[in-house]
Design a protein around this ligand. Structure first.
Ligand SMILES: [Mg+2]
Length: 391
């Protein structure tokens, strides 16, 4: 069993929206294929991966460091002797040879793309849905994956020329799609305006639905605390990324004045950064939410280690709700018993969203029962995957 080629494409996911920190007008994604010499059902076996939104495509690091190392590795060193198959952890270690600790940044994104493809490949080689393979093989796997995963709809971005009526229409649309929790961006407007947006949404939500808010790391400590005091008596699901993602002191000061759940972690790119967050961020393992995203932070191979490290610090997988809105994190949530996963209905297409045949029902979504991640079960993604397949 051999890897024949590793290919990638850069694909735009441009959009006119913005959060408190960035515009998404020039955002793009790397999509990668690991092509093997194996055939299943008459088709060559290819594993596919991509990065989440919020970071950019990684053509430089993939071409200069990551792909040459994997293609240059002794082929048998990538094979698990027990299964005889190409193994994600072995591919991961080949990709990371001669990389120093720390300095994660875009390297973590590039390896995350490769690792998603390696898990898709491993599951296709095994003929198993990836959530089953992970649940059975990973240290943090539960043995049997969840049949359905809680998901919430992240939206409520700031768009040029869109007012509160359009915002309410957008969030109502998510409820109509079956979501029960929606999320709104804050911090891109003055506090009074943000409060008016939040209160308009709360007034619109039916019984059984709730709202989270996300500041995208925008605030300094004083502003984050001013917002915390303004938000603390509102029935919010959580208050997300009030301060810079690496400012654990500031986060702990916000936690002192905000009794409700805080959420953060999407901009942490390694196990060590997640450990530092729970050591020093003042977060509370009985209520706060950790949002590290495998597809931005060295993949599931690293996330599995992160979950083990979090457990040593008293944090359960039931406090984790990964950022990203893609099928890989959905599978990880099912395999490891996470609380849920983010979703971006209708935005960041075609990478956001789940398989066509798995609608959201009452806030939960099922997973495709096909070999691999099931990326081919999302019709809008198929033309992108085909561009890599047919070269
Ligand atoms: Mg966020």
């Amino acid at each position: 069993m051999r890897i024949l080629d590793i290919r990638h494409l850069t694909v735009p996911i441009e959009s006119e929206m913005a959060n408190a920190y960035i515009s998404f007008a020039s955002m793009d994604v790397s999509v990668l294929a690991i092509v093997t010499d194996q055939v299943r059902d008459g088709e060559p076996v290819i594993g596919f991966g991509f990065n989440s939104n919020g970071r950019y495509a990684q053509p430089g690091i993939l071409d200069h460091r990551i792909i040459p190392r994997v293609l240059g590795a002794e082929p048998d060193s990538l094979i698990d002797p027990d299964t005889g198959h190409l193994a994600p952890d072995r591919i991961w270690h080949a990709a990371m040879i001669n990389e120093k600790p720390g300095g994660h940044g875009d390297r973590a994104v590039a390896v995350g793309i490769l690792d998603m493809a390696a898990w898709d490949l491993a599951a296709k080689l095994a003929g198993r849905p990836v959530q089953h393979l992970m649940a059975e093989r990973a240290a943090s796997g539960t043995g049997t994956p969840l049949e359905r995963v809680w998901v919430y709809a992240a939206g409520g971005y700031y768009y040029p020329d869109r007012g509160t009526a359009a915002l309410l229409d957008e969030l109502r649309g998510y409820l109509d799609l079956g979501y029960r929790t929606v999320k709104l961006k804050i911090g891109g407007a003055p506090l009074a305006e943000d409060l008016a947006r939040i209160e308009a949404v709360l007034a619109m939500l039916p019984d059984g639905a709730d709202l989270a808010v996300d500041a995208n790391g925008r605030f300094d400590t004083a502003t984050a605390i001013t917002y915390a005091e303004a938000l603390r008596d509102l029935p919010l699901r959580w208050y997300e990324e009030p301060v810079d993602p690496l400012d654990y002191q500031a986060l702990s000061e916000v936690a002192e004045v905000y009794p409700g759940p805080l959420a953060t972690g999407e901009n942490l790119l390694s196990r060590q950064e997640a450990v530092n967050l729970v050591r020093y961020g003042g977060l509370r393992p009985d209520r706060d939410v950790l949002q590290m995203d495998s597809a931005l932070s060295y993949g599931f191979t690293e996330y599995d280690r992160t979950l083990a490290a979090l457990a040593e610090h008293g944090w359960s997988p039931g406090r984790c709700v990964p950022h990203g809105g893609h099928q890989f994190n959905l599978a990880i949530a099912a395999a490891c018993g996470l609380a849920g996963a983010e979703s971006y209905p209708g935005i960041f297409e075609p990478f956001g969203g789940f398989a066509d045949a798995d609608p959201v029902v009452d806030g939960y979504v099922t997973l495709p029962q096909v070999p691999g991640i099931g990326l081919e079960q999302k019709s809008s993604l198929v033309p992108v995957l085909d561009r890599l397949r047919d070269r």
